[in-house]
Write a protein that binds this ligand. Sequence first.
Ligand code: ADP
Length: 293
Amino acid sequence: MHWPLIAEQIAAASGEPFSPSAPRSVGGGCINSAYQLADGERAYFVKINQGETLAMFEAEAAGLAELAAAAGPRVPRPLCTGTAGSQAFIVMEWIDLGRQRGDSAAEAGRQLARLHECTREDFGWDRDNTIGSTAQPNTPRADWVSFWREQRLGFQLKLAARQGYGGRLRERGTRLLEVLPALLDHDPAPSLLHGDLWGGNIGYDDQGAPVIFDPAVYFGDREADLAMTELFGGFGGDFYAAYREAWPLSPGYGTRKALYNLYHILNHLNLFGRGYLSQAEALIERLLAEARG
Ligand code: ADP
């Protein structure tokens, strides 16, 4: 690891000298090596990976900046990205993650609704990014159905076919893409989304205030963020009650939840393998049945 080179780039980006002591390794991530890098006064959170992941870190920094500019939950402020030797890195504000207070989960629900109130004209984003380590295309589209069809489900189904999960998954998946208009007829607004909001990507600062990190930002149906919170659980009833009080959901969310989480299940199939195949196929069958009414 080229820590002196990283420290130099931190000093240049912050405009202040930075002579850190030895980095401290941080666990809990899925994709990258993570560290705390600190001198007596300032502390940063640094993620490191192979050099070719620079674009991934640049997109993460842009996503954090986009979220930070909205009135939603706290996010770590990004400082810089770069390369050092054969490695790429991202540096952001260090936040001491602690424990929830009594009202932390409700606060997270309210603040997520506020984040989702940040909307724009088109679905997508100014740049592509990644979901886990998989590419996530974000070419702007005015129509949500085509966006979800081409850039979310269709894209993952193609990746799956390339990895050998063709056959039935492909055939039934293609059928699902054809009937999407019947499942997505609720006319959502393009809301700013975290994009990868599972329980491992939310924490609470030392005041108990929610912090979201490691995003896969784009503008999309807010229900896609909520669906992801339910995929692996951990958010609790107070969170959902507060969200719905701030911004009630439209009828039919239960079906769309499955459709939105199918994207993440397909991504898990592509990242982690065959263990997710039967779950993906079962979800597709359920959605096809719902579309037939
Ligand atoms: P990965 O990209 O490898 O999945 P994450 O961004 O999820 O890594 O970060 C790994 C862990 O580091 C998180 O689960 C969280 O506990 C902690 N963490 C993330 N961001 C910060 C931060 N800004 N300050 C302190 N700890 C953080």
